[in-house]
Structures are given as C-alpha cells and as structure tokens.
Write a protein that binds this ligand. Sequence first.
Ligand code: GLC
Length: 725
Amino acid sequence: MLFAAPPVTNSQIEAKVSALLGRMTLEEKVGQLVQYSSSEELTGPLLGKNPTLAELKAGRVGSLLNVVGAKATRNLQEIAVKESRLGVPLLFGLDVIHGFRTIFPINLGQAASWDLVAIEGSERIAATEASAAGIHWTFAPMVDIARDPRWGRIAEGAGEDPFLGSAIAKARVRGFQGNLDQPSNILACVKHFAAYGAAQAGRDYWTTEVPEITLRDVYLPPFKAAVDAGAVTLMSAFNDLNGIPCTANGFLMDQILRKEWGFKGFVVSDWGSIIEMVSHGNAADDREAAILSYRAGVDMDMEGRAYLKYLPDLIRKGVLKPERLDEAVKAILTAKARLGLFEDPYRYCDEAREKQAQLRPEHLDAARNLATKSCVLLKNEGALPLRAGQRIALVGPLSDARHDMLGSWEARGLPAETRTLKAALEQVAPGKVQFAEGCSIEGRQRDGFTKALEIAQEADVIVAALGESREHSGEGHTRSSLGLPGIQQELLEALHRTGKPVVLVLFSGRPLVLENVLPACEALLLGWLPGTMAGPALADLLTGVANPSGKLPVTFPRNVGQIPIFYAHKPSGRPQPEGVVREQYKSNYLDVANTPMFPFGFGLSYTRFAYKNAGLDAPEISMGGRVGISVSLVNQGDRDGEEVVQLYVRDRVGSVTRPVRELKGFQKVFLRKGEAKTLRFELSAADLAFSHADMSFKPEAGSFDVFLGGDSRAPKVGEFILRAN
Ligand code: GLC
C-alpha cells in the first residue's frame, strides 16, 4: 500500500466523532456547516466577503472550495487545526469534473466511449492529481440526465439514458473514492440533486416539472447508483422541482435520499442555492431560506452564509431542532475522519507528491485512450481514414484551439499543455499539412476564406476543424440555435465547393443540428471537446491508427423544433408508423420526420460488424427466473475494431405507459478483423421493474420484446413472457 491508511474502523470513527461533537459549542457545530469559496477563483456569483482568518480560528468554517495546492491548503489547514479551540480540520473541495491537470474529454464525450473501465480510470487519475494538490472532495460526478441539447450543462453529464448514466455514475464514484483508505482517494459529490437537466426550454437554472414516475425512473436512477456505490456527499440543485426548490425539497432529501435509499453522508447546497430560495419566491428572506433548507435536509451551506448567520439563534429559540444540527455535523465530521484528517490533517498537503503526481505519462496515455474511444464517426463515404502521403489542408478555428479543447470545468488543466489537432497532424504527416484558420469561431470576418480556399486547392483532402468554443457549453451557456456558430457553415460550404473531399472534425459540448453540415462533408468525426490529448487521439483516428468506436449517449435532433427528442419515448395513442410518409391524425410534424438525425447509441466504424444467430434461451420466465440472450458478433471488415453491443427491451403492456424501448445492457467488445465472438446477456424480472401509479417499484407480468444491435434502432431478436408467479 502506497499510503497506509490509519487503522480506523467505522466504530472507532463513530466514537471519535461523538466525543468531538460532545465538546463542541453551538457556534462551532454550525461552523462545520459553513463552506466558503476562495475569492481568487469564483465558480458562481460573489455573494460576500471571504472568511477572515479569525473565522477559521473561531472554528466557524467547515470547508473551503476553490483553494488549490499543497502549500495553500496546508497554510489554511494549520490555522484551522493549530489555532482553533478544537482543531477540527477543514475539507477542501474543487470541481474536478473531467480531470484535474490532465484533462479528459468532457463527460458527454466520455459517455460516448461506453467504456466503464476507462471512465473509472480517468477519475482515479483525476483523484490522484487533485488529492496531491490538497483537494479532499470533488463536486462530481454530475449525473443529471439531459434530453435537451440547448442546455449547456448537457456537456457535463452522461446524456439521456438512466441505464448508461447509472453505470457511469457508479464507475465515477469508484474512481474518485476507491476504498477511501488512501490519500489519493477523494470524496465524491453526486450532483445536482435532482432533475436539473429537465429545465424547461433548456434554460439553465430554470423551472423543472417532472411527474414522480419520470423522476423516479429517469432522473433519479444515476443518483441511486452513485449512492449505492458509496458516494459520501450529494449536492442539491438550483432548480425548483414541481414547485419546491431542490434545496428545500424534503421529498428529495428526506423521503427519497435518506428514508428510501438509506443515505448516511451529507448534502451540500449548490452555490448560494439556499438564499436563492428568496428569488424563487419560496422564502421571504435568507432567514426563512435557512429554515427551509435545514429542515429539508441540506447539511452544508456553500457560499450562502445563511446557516452561519441564522442557525445559532434559530436553534437557541427552539425554532429549529438541535438534533438535526448534530446529525449534519456528525455526517461532516465522519467524512473528514474517513479521509484520515483527524490522524493527519496534512495527508493531502505534500508538495513533493503534488509535483510528481501531475501529467504523468500514464495519465496522458489514459487521456489519449479515452479521447480516442470517445470520438464518434457519424459519416464516412470513404474519405476516412486518410491515406499516407495525402496533402492535407487543415482549415478551421478549432484546429489549434488549446483553450477550447479543454471544455468547461477545466480545473487546473492548462491550455499550454493541450496537444492540438494541428500539432498532431503536422507530426504524423510532416510537410504535408497546410493550415489556415479560415474564420474565427463566432466572428463574421470572411477575409480568412481566401487563404483557406487557396490551400484547399493545393490539397488532396480538406480537414475542417469546426464547431463550438469552450464557452458555448457548460454552466450558464444555453443556446437557442444549434448550428455551427458564426460563419463556420459558410466556410464549410465554400470548402466543399472546391470539389475536394472534406473531412469535418466537429468539436462541441452538446448535440448540434447538422442538417446543413452533413451535405457539405464526405466524412464527419465528432470529437466533442477532447481534452489535453485532443490532437494525438484525433490524428490516430483520422489516419486509421485507431478505429473509431464511440456511440452517441444522446440523440442528435434534425432541428431544434424536435426537442426534446430521445429514443426511450412513449408510443402515444397515435404513433406515426415508422418508415412511411406522414399520415394525418398520427403523431408527427408537417415539416420534419419524427426520427432524429442520429439516434442514441449510433456510431460508425472503419470496419463492419455483423450480428448473427441472435436469440433467447427461454420463451417465458417466472418472477424469479432469468432469460438469456445471445448473439454471435462478427467483424466482417478488414480492420480490428470495437463495437458496443446494445440490448434493449420493450414492455408491450403496462399499468402505466411504457417506453417503446429501454436500454437494459451493453458490452463493448474488441474483435480482430474476421473474428467472431458469442456474447451473452441475461435479464431477470428485477431488470424489468418500473414505477407504478402507486409509486411501487416492481415488474409486471406480460410480454416483452428484445432488441439487440449497434444502436437504439436495433432489430427485434426475440420476445418472452414474464409470468405472474
Ligand atoms: C456551481 C455549479 C456546481 C459547482 C459549484 C461549485 O454553481 O452549479 O456544479 O459544483 O458551483 O463550483
């Protein structure tokens, strides 16, 4: 063991925490519920002054966020530990969302890899780097299901599906926390609880109205998965949910989280979301907001300063119960104890470790690997992979965009350390690459077109690096239109008019509307925002050193008018028959098909996979039984490659309407060219459970269709009956 954890058991921790709690004054207890941000790096609106050192010495601060570095955290930790009456150590938090210094693809891109091992590994590396810089706690994983690509924070999550989202949530928590027995482990914080991604019209922080069945079966499963994986903390969301802001929502934090799920950790508010209750019109003032949040189950007040100001008096006057305070303090102290901070408050403040932990070669290799696996080949009419010796015209504002490759929440990732597509192509094709920016990401200057078209004329192939900037997605970055920003579409069409094959490398933090893009390129590789190792990963894919294997974790609409559009939709009473022209009096549009531009689970490869002999091993099962589904996957192409085999199920008849299909399994499989492999899946009654009108969660007897294939349009391969007994 690299760092032998102090030998503390749960009972030892409990005894230590109870003893400490018994010595704390009311103010010191409330102090543990107070979290401030460093004002040097605000990740939300400035709400007040930085805590003074006197606050730290008085034991009136439990945690700080956005303070980074072994030295900086040690300095503050020493004040808290050596100069306060009880010496309770601070908890240092930071948004380590997709890497700390080695930046991995944005999480929507990572989800496109469907590679749980690689995703877990990325969080272990993030935790290794962040913990070496004094960070105990990350405000991640963000597990918000999102079905509206206008919402900028779709970039931070795992897309539209609760099954994939739950699997990824578990992997991330395991990666961050490990067994919480090493100072390279950090606390996870599952956010944003809950249904933040259901914002009406995709506007960030906006109203969400979600029926309880949908809340339970779509938005909550990834949170439950993370809690079951041992996540120690959660973060309450900004949005009001069905009229009650999440940060004062006892149904979420008491009924669901604590009573139904048995959660024993603690909940931190999202930046000021306690006092935002006043803006919501749910509290008359900050004092009332503090009362509502405290009663609902928020344990720590991030940046709101409401708990610090009002709780002591409210408790002294009997307005609030002191028992709730003890519960919150215990949960926070227990988290600190599990990190070993009482034995050694400086376990995470090792400057030597900080230096040697960052950007290790194996970290960069992992980032390259995950970036390679995250990219999705959406179109290829033969222009890819590039041929050796081809003269390449690299055109576009994302060709050499170090800052934008990192995406939102870049933690301590440095643009200077980003490997760009331009650098990578020039390395793999020396003397063969000419570059012209063509235009900026959002500007409307066309004077760059001339050079771009000149180099295009001299080239055999055009690689266009276009798309969104880092600032087009992420928090507070909602878009109402989803085409290429600025005049990039014009540039793309001008390039295409040269008659040279155009390979579009598309960078984005969300699904984009590609109806005008697709006709203007011969190939389209979606790179998302691929992180520090963007260039090498993309160059490997473009040149065929690597074979694209990404599959969309979210639906790409044909236009904004279709939103929300997702594969697991309900059938309705008048479903439009698939594949036929629009029928009147059916559910459809006058001006666009019902189908998306690209469906959930879609992604091409340089090879071809065939699904043979798919079938079920039983026509019916009992409530205690299991049905096996098998298929022979064959790599029929001339290249090795990976395929994500996806299993979907349809519950034909339910006491509540059921989706036309739901993802119930997947396997990412590597096959050499010509290789075949038999894959097996199993389904039990528990896999078919859903929330009923009375909110009971259980399967229902009936008939089920089974679909198996390479995306959410997978063909039906069988059916079975679930008997009532
Ligand atoms: C932000 C985000 C949240 C983040 C927190 C701390 O407002 O909503 O995801 O963890 O503040 O930076």
